[in-house]
Design a protein around this ligand. Structure first.
Ligand code: A3P
Length: 327
């Protein structure tokens, strides 16, 4: 296992990056040549952030799920933060009623409530997982194909996946990385998305891996779409609750618990909380970067119709025959 170092804030220092680079060469994400924090490398058929490769290797070698574990999986910028808030609020509602003034989501960023496995394992802090009460919640950006079989072949471990129209994901990613490098070019990122080399790419493989797994094993993989969640957040929260074996009771329905969770986790609510306007749960990304505008269709403000048609056509061709479509 690669040795890792962290600074006091838990940020990954240069050592794990160099170690991972020894095994898997890292290259800059298009347009991010001067910032190694955002370099990617091709690892087992997937493009991953070079900084978290040691964590991925460590997860693959040593992660042992506990009965009832729930892994939230997503490509970056597809609604991960929202899903973390909803899953946490739903699964912890016994201990933390969603309407309580002391609810953890009012003082903690959703990423602090649900640990990001790659970061934790890269930092050598995987022991923290042992301190979490069951059923545990955790998250990953790994493709389904590179998850350890201890997760994918485990009937006692569930996966909830969220994805989003790749065009809106790309625009969201552009705004996110622009905070790291204001000179980033949208067209460079667009080309990377089209040729499959963007972070967590190829995006079609990411989505298809979980889509196929959800078809093969609907009781262990729940496939959600950001756009569906926007259309019906309460209905999808009920789906999530049923999936993890904690359906809302008639009494909870009567008391409006589902609506309370949806309100607590809405972008309007979370975005305006002090915790999400200050600090960082993990450098170099600040908490407020995770809440921008939400919604659908911002791609139209950044892409020409021709660019949109090109990316749509690539994605549709890759998804053809799967029964899944973003058109
Ligand atoms: P935009 O940049 O399009 O606004 P991730 O959490 O995977 O990093 O995704 C971030 C995207 O989800 C951002 O999209 C962000 O605004 C949006 N988002 C964050 N919290 C949300 C919430 N509670 N409801 C809906 N969208 C949310």
């Amino acid at each position: 296992m690669a040795t890792t170092t962290t600074n006091q804030a838990g940020a990954v220092g240069p050592e794990p990056f160099l170690k991972s680079a020894e095994a898997v060469p890292a290259i800059p994400v298009a347009g991010l040549t001067d910032d190694p924090k955002l370099w990617v490398c091709f690892y087992q058929g997937t493009w991953v952030l070079a900084t978290v490769v040691p964590g991925i290797i460590s997860i693959q070698r040593s992660f042992t799920p506990r009965r009832g574990d729930v892994v939230l999986a997503s490509p970056p910028k597809s609604g991960t933060t929202w899903l973390k808030a909803l899953a946490f609020a739903t699964m912890a509602r016994g201990a933390y009623p969603p309407a309580d003034a002391g609810h953890p989501l009012l003082r903690l960023n959703p990423h602090q409530c649900v640990p990001y496995m790659e970061r934790l394992f890269t930092a050598g802090e995987e022991g923290l997982m042992e301190t979490l009460p069951s059923p545990r919640l955790m998250s990953t950006h790994m493709h389904h194909s590179i998850l350890p079989t201890s997760i994918t072949k485990n009937p006692d471990c569930k996966i909830i996946y969220i994805c989003r129209d790749p065009k809106d994901m790309l625009v969201s990613f552009f705004h996110f990385v622009r905070k790291v490098n204001p000179n980033i070019s949208f067209s460079d990122l667009f080309e990377a998305a089209c040729n499959g080399t963007s972070v967590s790419g190829p995006i079609w493989d990411h989505v298809l891996g979980y889509w196929n797994a959800s078809k093969a094993s609907p009781e262990t993989v729940l496939f959600l779409r950001y756009e569906d969640m926007l259309r019906d957040p309460a209905g999808n929260t009920r789906r999530l609750a049923r999936f993890v074996g904690q359906p809302f009771s008639p009494a909870e329905e009567e008391a409006g618990v589902v609506e309370q969770i949806v309100r607590l986790c809405s972008i309007e609510k979370l975005k305006n909380l002090e915790v999400n306007n200050a600090g960082s749960y993990g450098a170099p990304f600040a908490n407020d970067w995770y809440f921008r505008r939400g919604g659908t269709g911002d791609w139209a403000n950044h892409m020409t119709p021709g660019m949109a048609r090109r990316l749509d056509a690539i994605v549709e061709e890759k998804l053809s025959g799967s029964g899944l479509s973003f058109a």
